[in-house]
Design a protein around this ligand. Structure first.
Ligand SMILES: [Zn+2]
Length: 250
């Protein structure tokens, strides 16, 4: 899941969690315009833009290619679902392993005001959810029933999606000090996403689990060959991956 960023619960429960009461709480007709249909169309257009060659990010490119190479190629039309979500949450999207789908919340994107804000949010949200999809593809990680698996994939999603890159978090970074900023940011988002799925866990229990899994999960960079702390590093990693797979015998 990604908080403000996105996240997950199991199968149908996940969809229920994201959608409860939506229909009863909102009226979507406004001055004769169907806001819901408009949001869906705009969100799909944003996904297509982020996946297009000219606007694509090395994070998204890397993960789409890694999914294909792992036998789990992502078809945007069938594997990326755009739905109305419960309006009173910070959840922007989630990975639903029972349907092999990334679910994006069309109404949450409509709340973001600037074009650049929507583009960056979608880029890092898609990268985040693609890490969950990749972990599910390679290891069949049982994120909704196994808290250790969930915490681990949340650490990886926060670390490898670019959402904690210094260039987008300068204010937070200057408040906390630059040293180890990336690790602190990853810990913060992993914990937030985990708590969205397991709200019954108390802080100290969740933090203890995070401490336990953090070293191995943070240092597992697959499919990247290094921790991509900047766009440049993500590009280099993507190039290295392409070269590696060009010469590998299948
Ligand atoms: Zn997540």
């Amino acid at each position: 899941m990604a908080e403000g960023s996105s996240e997950e619960s199991s199968g149908n429960n996940l969809r229920d969690f994201m959608q409860k009461d939506v229909e009863s709480r909102r009226s979507y007709m406004w001055y004769g315009k169907d806001i819901k249909a408009e949001n869906k169309k705009n969100t799909r257009a944003l996904v297509n833009k982020v996946l297009s060659y000219e606007h694509s990010s090395p994070f998204v490119n890397m993960l789409m290619l890694a999914m294909a190479n792992s036998g789990c190629a992502v078809n945007p039309d069938t594997h990326i679902a755009i739905e109305e979500c419960y309006p009173n949450t910070n959840v922007l999207g989630a990975f639903d392993p029972s349907n092999n789908q990334i679910v994006l919340c069309q109404n949450q994107f409509a709340k973001l005001y600037t074009k650049r804000g929507r583009y960056l949010s979608m880029t890092y949200l898609l990268s985040h959810e693609l890490i969950h999809a990749f972990d599910h593809c390679r290891a069949k990680s049982d994120v909704y029933n196994n808290p250790t698996h969930l915490m681990c994939t949340e650490v990886r999603a926060a670390a490898l999606s670019g959402q904690c890159m210094l260039q987008y978090n300068k204010i937070d970074a200057s408040l906390s000090g630059l040293r180890d900023y990336h690790k602190q940011c990853v810990r913060k988002y992993a914990l937030l996403s985990f708590r969205a799925m397991f709200p019954q866990w108390i802080d100290s229990e969740a933090s203890a689990l995070l401490d336990k899994v953090f070293p191995s999960c943070y240092n597992d960079h697959e499919p990247f060959d290094r921790m991509p702390l900047t766009i440049k590093q993500a590009e280099l990693s993507y190039k290295a991956y392409q070269t590696r797979h060009r010469y590998s015998v299948k």
